[in-house]
Design a protein around this ligand. Structure first.
Ligand code: BDR
Ligand code: CA
Length: 315
């Protein structure tokens, strides 16, 4: 069993990532920590609890995190997850309380109580994780690894075509809080960044047969995903938008699902055209050795990923 904390900003695909993590027999979901990102922190901490109540996992603690990026204002999101942030599933208001600690302290406490054993799965901006590292630098040596939906590396055209930030070549989670990403990328903790190259590759799409299975299921989480697909389709987007963040959880369950490469990556923190870009240095010569080495997702087995996702949703 892999111990994980899922740090997220639900978000329809974050909600599905919560479902996968909570239902996987391979994962011990120690906490869901939330923050501003797809929606304000007031909404994401509610949506995380709505999701856990949907699947009857109110035993998993939820913490509320940062209401804004470390040094910036909250940016505008060109994409919408609907008025409720959950593809207009309009789940009932949660009854379960928030944890008494905030998300940053939860990360610090849980990592310290389980040194070397906790993987942080990041599917939102990295503000909570960066602040936890600033507040308690000693945790950096105690985190097993970080697996993040983060960046776009230009390894294929989907990195560019599906760029989610509000600059031409950025990914939303990095774009929202590039300084936080810069801190985490440079922290020395093993980081696997699954970018848009793999998480939005065109094969990451649920087809008619999957949709049929979701429609026939009596699981509430299957109905949630089905509504999410209908919602994004109605906005002119493909089904992959509903499951982007799930790839990080899937990778923790089965690392053979994504092929990674080690590469040096820098984060653009200057305002303007390139804000939030994850600049990969793949040169044969003169590589900037000062940039951190990151494990970057280069190719995903999309078929097996979707199979795992469907199995967990329908289970
Ligand atoms: C990321 O942006 C958000 O909209 C999704 O939840 C995902 O975490 C992809 O760029
Ligand atoms: Ca997200």
């Amino acid at each position: 069993m892999r111990k994980i904390i899922l740090d997220c900003d639900p978000g329809m695909d974050d909600s599905m990532a919560i479902v996968m993590a909570a239902k996987s027999p391979e994962i011990e979901l120690m906490a869901v920590t939330t923050l501003n990102g797809n929606y304000p922190s007031e909404v994401t901490c509610v949506n995380a609890r709505k999701t856990l109540e949907l699947i009857g996992r109110t035993d998993i603690p939820v913490g509320k995190g940062l209401a804004k990026p470390l040094f910036r204002d909250v940016p505008k999101d060109p994409f919408t997850h609907g008025v409720d942030g959950q593809a207009e599933n309009f789940l009932p208001d949660p009854v379960m309380p928030l944890d008494s600690r905030d998300a940053v302290d939860m990360i610090i406490d849980i990592v310290k109580a389980n040194p070397g054993e906790v993987t942080l799965v990041s599917t939102g901006p990295m503000s909570n994780i960066a602040l936890a590292m600033m507040k308690a630098p000693e945790i950096k040596e105690m985190i097993q690894e970080i697996v993040a939906i983060s960046g776009m590396f230009g390894l294929n055209e989907y990195a560019f075509l599906n760029a989610t930030g509000d600059t031409p070549q950025s990914e939303w989670n990095v774009y929202v809080d590039p300084e936080a990403a810069d801190i985490v990328y440079n922290s020395g903790v093993k980081l696997t960044a699954l970018g848009l190259d793999v998480a939005t590759y065109f094969d990451v799409n649920l087809g008619e047969a999957d949709i049929q299975k979701l429609a026939e299921s009596d699981r509430k989480e299957a109905a949630f995903l089905l509504q999410a697909i209908r919602f994004v389709n109605s906005k002119g987007h493909a089904a992959y938008c509903t499951v982007i963040d799930c790839m990080a959880v899937a990778y923790v369950i089965d690392p053979t699902l994504v092929e990674t490469m080690e590469a040096r990556v820098g984060i653009e923190t200057k305002d303007g055209l390139t804000l939030g870009m994850t600049v990969i240095d793949r040169r044969h010569h003169y590589v900037w050795e000062q940039l951190p080495l990151v494990h970057v997702g280069r190719k995903a087995d999309c078929g097996r990923f979707l199979q795992l996702l469907m199995e967990l949703v329908l289970a």
